[in-house]
Ligand binder design. Sequence first.
Ligand code: TXA
Ligand code: MG
Length: 411
Amino acid sequence: MENFPQLYSKERLQQFITKYKDLIQLDPLKEIHCGIIHLDELHIAAQLLHQGELVAFPTETVYGLGANAKNAQAILNIFKAKRRPLSDPLIVHVHDKNNIYTDKPDFLDSFAELFWPGPFTIVLKSTQLETTEILSAGTGSIGIRIPNHKVALELLEKANLPIAAPSANLFTHISPTSAAHVFNDFYDQRVHIIDADRSDNGIESTVIKPLGNELHILRLGSLAKETIIQKIGQSVQLKHFAIKYENKYMQIEENEEELEKELENLQNLDRKNSMEAPGQFLKHYSARINSFIVTFQQINIGQEIDLDLKESVIIDFGQELRNRIVNIDETKYKSLSINYDAKEAMFNLYDSLRWAELQQGAKQILLYDFDTVINQKVQYDENILSIQDKIFRSASGQKIYYKDNKFYLCQ
Ligand code: TXA
Ligand code: MG
């Protein structure tokens, strides 16, 4: 830190805050401890990684909170900074498929050819990294990907290290697609943020795990399930794989005290909470305010709830919600894509959720239900499954039914 005082200079921080003034929210009770790295300083970012520091960097999916994947203490600092349970494994980013730090199965080259660089994470047994235990959350398997992003690849090359990186958000918060989002979550911590453009895809990578002749999708992401099926079907080496996807939603045990203990007592890892598909937590990608998915289908309707539309931010697709809900507050309204373009909606999703929670007086977010085919204009698109998954988790599964100016909780 002391080596690069320019990263922490008042002028630089002020310039960053001014540049992103609409996206940044500062808490007067917190001090700024983060550093800002400019794009012509990636050699500094690489040095910081070698020194065991945390560096947030852009990828094509979302921003990652990176650390040297060979340095156990640096990895632990990721968990601490995010307040993330140790039972949730990290993805290791590399820039070369010959450097994947795992026992390389013979089918890996074929996957690499089809999907790398790109939003494709493959979970493989690892024996080659001494830090496997903590990276893999005790499972012995590590998720690996080569990101398709100029800055990320340049950083990986300059550092010449594997970089462990989860999404650069506090645990359960919305994943970051901009340097300003990362800043909001971590400015009071010792984190160095590379100031680059918005992430191109807008949601995370798709995580898969080969098991025998099956490819299990552990997390939906910006590489659509259909694309994987189609490309694998055309590959002589891979077409024997059957794709498996099971929609799993797990409740997080929210116990601050236990998490605190776990993070303090890192030598003594208790693995009772290790999971096969850890990213399946139901509460994920969540805004700081309550979120609901709005449905117009009358199924399992419960009691009426009192929602003031003046206090509700609406996140629409096309103009579906605007056309149906009366008296919405136009200043708290955004459509993920006016033209019903699912790719655009994916790009805008986390950005819009972050925008929503910053709106003055907002008490809840009302989200379009991508599950409901209520309008012929909403054409099927392969990306919709992933978008719906993120929205469902972001609302912790809560749905409300709207009719005649009234909202009802769905059960
Ligand atoms: O797009 C992305 O994947 C971003 C960028 C930064 O690369 N990273 C990211 O990491 O989303 P994270 O930690 O927020 O989510 C990774 C998820 C985990 O929660 C878990 O579900 C799954 O990937 N995962 C990673 N390693 C795994 C492993 N060894 N076994 C099973 N699941 C794993
Ligand atoms: Mg994440």
